[in-house]
Design a protein around this ligand. Structure first.
Ligand code: ZN
Length: 343
């Protein structure tokens, strides 16, 4: 499907315009309501696609312009979850968040993102990647007062995600990505049921599938946590062997300014790898050479036709112009390495 060598993409979210939602913030509230909000989200989506294309991003996404948050917006559309009954729980085992409560059996009454995906496809000729939350990360962003079993709830979410993914595939989405930052935290659960539920979520799909596993957004709670992880981050090592055996096509990783030893990528040899070459925890713009260096290092462990230059994580909390410059750096850096590969 994607012919070009080193096709660039982003992990997911991009900043929203200040007229749409309060900028540089997660879960920021919308500035409009009703039909005006619907129209404003679509306008932002168009701008986001245009920004990505002008920056030379090959595989585009919606930049999450129509979502408040990558997990909760999906959950909001499900029955069985009460958004009025909120609990403060520790998520990703490190920071408190006010989350909704599961009060009964969860189900999806109608598609969540299909109309947005159709609209996006009308706006672009580029391949479109669509992100959904992963089952484990959904479970970890809720208070469960019904199933009382993370595994069981994840399995129910996986079935729901599979229904949504099949509809996204049917309208023409090229790549469906599941965001699983929780994989970097709960290793026993990842190996016990995390990868299995992910496989359930992609069951029967013919389009490409990806899993994004990062160290979280560039927010203070995450940068503080990273300081405790030591000089070598070996989290990926814990579950890569099992992930390598899964049917997921693409694995999206955090590599720029991270302490992840690149050689860990060897453990998922055979997979396509979205190599994060843009740090989302700093406003400093990478130089194209810095991006190129990260990609060159990754090339020791990924075949060139399987390397997808990307960002470490979503850029929603960054200033808009910073994100745009970072996208430019990503595509210019990828172009340098592309030139070296085709000499
Ligand atoms: Zn991420």
């Amino acid at each position: 499907m994607i012919q070009k060598l080193l096709p660039t993409s982003t992990a997911g979210s991009l900043p929203k315009p200040a007229w749409l939602a309060e900028p540089e913030k997660l879960w920021s509230s919308w500035r409009f309501q009703g039909d005006e909000l619907l129209e404003a989200k679509r306008d932002a989506l168009r701008l986001s696609l245009q920004d990505q294309q002008q920056a030379g991003i090959d595989i585009v996404s919606d930049g999450e312009q129509t979502r408040q948050h990558f997990v909760t917006t999906f959950i909001e559309h499900l029955s069985g979850v009460d958004f009025e009954r909120r609990q403060t729980v520790k998520i990703r085992d490190r920071y408190d968040a006010s989350v909704p409560t599961v009060v009964g059996p969860v189900s999806r009454e109608k598609s969540v993102f299909v109309e947005d995906a159709k609209f996006s496809l009308q706006q672009t000729n580029h391949p479109l990647k669509w992100a959904l939350p992963g089952p484990m990360t959904m479970v970890d962003t809720l208070y469960d007062n019904h199933y009382k079993s993370r595994r069981e709830l994840a399995w129910e979410f996986a079935k729901i995600l599979n229904e949504e993914a099949k509809e996204l595939e049917a309208v023409g989405v090229d790549i469906i990505q599941f965001d699983e930052p929780a994989f970097n935290v709960f290793f026993d659960e990842v190996n016990d049921w995390g990868i299995a539920t992910l496989q359930r979520a992609i069951e029967g799909l013919k389009c490409e599938t990806a899993v994004h596993i990062c160290y979280g957004y560039g927010i203070t709670a995450n940068t503080e946590w990273k300081k405790t992880l030591g000089s070598q981050w070996l989290q990926y090592e814990q579950f890569f062997p099992q992930l390598q055996k899964s049917k997921i096509d693409i694995v999206s990783l955090e590599c720029q300014n991270s302490h992840v030893p690149m050689e860990l990528i060897e453990l998922i040899r055979g997979k396509k790898v979205m190599v994060g070459a843009i740090d989302v925890a700093t406003n400093t713009i990478e130089t194209p050479d810095e991006v190129a260096n990260t990609l060159r290092k990754a090339l020791q462990f990924v075949d060139p036709d399987k390397l997808y230059p990307s960002t470490n994580c979503g850029m929603a909390p960054l200033p808009r112009l910073v994100a745009r410059d970072k996208l430019n750096a990503l595509s210019t850096g990828a172009e340098i390495v592309r030139g070296e590969l085709t000499l």
